[in-house]
Design a protein around this ligand. Structure first.
Ligand code: IMP
Ligand code: MG
Length: 341
């Protein structure tokens, strides 16, 4: 019998509140050609990934970035999937010349119904600032054991994944560490496991995990309600300027994101608990443009003269606080991540 074996697994996860440029990192990694599968392990079309391929901008919500490079792209058992959203995205990708036959859905994933979406809009969109994609009601039904799995819905028949994984696997996170159902500021969280251990639900042993790429921006942003990100942040002229220069509007909802200085205390926790080995800090170009260089550490605001000084400070703090971290990369480009391999 021919044995299919997984060689190793790399995972890219968000270390903040989503929108940390995970899409850029996974697409750049997928481009290397060393992966035979790119997989999503959690969430649904509440996510919004912006990816630049040969200078052209693409936006996806559900489908993993492998599809941009001809790699089988799997929506895993831990995901939730809305038919209409799925069709929209397939149509969009096909129209842009990508091979949608590469896209497969786990029979164990759960189906987001129109009722889930209506309930989310009515109950949670206003009170919690959700993306109104039916995520919480769908996961509630899943864990209440009354949900509908993809395998029970005829529509998905031609998209079913055969549960096979082999070679090198890349797992693409959705949302971020501080939106995790357990670690986030409950109930202002999403309803799934955003931490990399959740990726094991795709069907591999944790011992196979090689690298964990953690994505973060040089400043924090929050889309949706959260008492840790009060609306008054919008009134701070420096933070407002960062939001404008950084184009901080939601990919899924179009909402303006709240901006704050990078909280390095929280970043240390996220790096350590996630097991991040390689950290990618994006959008340093925004700080260069705005000319302000600040971050929170030990509960206080630290001000630096320039980007170099800020990088040196952050490197030094993380090196002494994050023992599993091997590599820190700063990126000022939306498509290319110099030094990432
Ligand atoms: P839900 O996942 O739609 O239930 O939303 C729960 C919270 O997570 C809300 O505050 C959303 O704004 C936030 N959220 C969900 N997905 C994303 C994302 O991909 N980026 C940023 N925030 C997100
Ligand atoms: Mg996003």
């Amino acid at each position: 019998m021919h044995k299919h074996t997984i060689e190793s697994v790399d995972i890219c996860c968000g270390l903040a509140w989503g929108d940390e440029a995970k899409g850029k990192v996974t697409a750049y990694l997928a481009k290397s050609g060393k992966y035979s599968y790119v997989c999503r392990w959690a969430g649904g079309n509440n996510a919004g990934h912006t990816v630049y391929i040969d200078g052209k901008k693409y936006k996806t919500h559900l489908i993993p970035s492998g599809v941009f490079y001809g790699i089988p792209s799997i929506i895993g058992p831990g995901c939730v999937i809305n038919k209409e959203g799925f069709i929209d995205e397939l149509t969009y990708l096909e129209k842009n010349g990508f091979d949608i036959k590469l896209i497969k859905v786990s029979p164990l994933a759960h189906v987001v119904s129109q009722e889930h979406i209506a309930e989310d809009k009515q109950k949670y969109f206003g009170s919690q600032g959700t993306t109104a994609r039916g995520i919480a009601p769908c996961y509630r039904d899943k864990f209440g054991r009354t949900g509908t799995r993809v395998e029970d819905d005829k529509f998905f028949e031609s998209y079913l994944w055969d549960n096979k994984l082999e070679g090198n696997i890349l797992c693409e996170g959705a949302q971020g560490f501080w939106l995790d159902i357990d670690y986030g500021n409950y109930p202002y969280v999403t309803s799934s496991t955003t931490l990399p251990y959740g990726a094991c639900s795709l069907g591999f042993a944790p011992q196979l995990i090689n690298k964990i790429y953690g994505a973060v921006k040089i400043y924090d942003t929050r889309s949706g309600k959260d008492p840790d990100f009060p609306e008054e942040l919008m009134n701070d002229p420096e933070l407002a300027q960062i939001g404008e220069v950084g184009g901080e509007y939601g990919v899924t909802t179009g909402r303006k994101r709240k901006v704050n200085w990078l909280n390095v205390d929280k970043l240390i926790q996220a790096v350590n608990i996630s097991g991040t080995t390689d950290l990618i800090v994006s959008k340093t170009d925004v700080f260069e443009q705005v000319g302000k260089f600040k971050f929170y550490y030990n509960g206080g605001l630290v001000t630096c003269e320039n980007m170099d000084e800020m990088k040196k400070n952050i490197d030094c703090i993380l090196e002494s606080n994050c023992l599993l971290l091997n590599n820190i990369i700063y990126s000022d480009n939306p498509e290319v991540v110099v030094g990432l391999e």
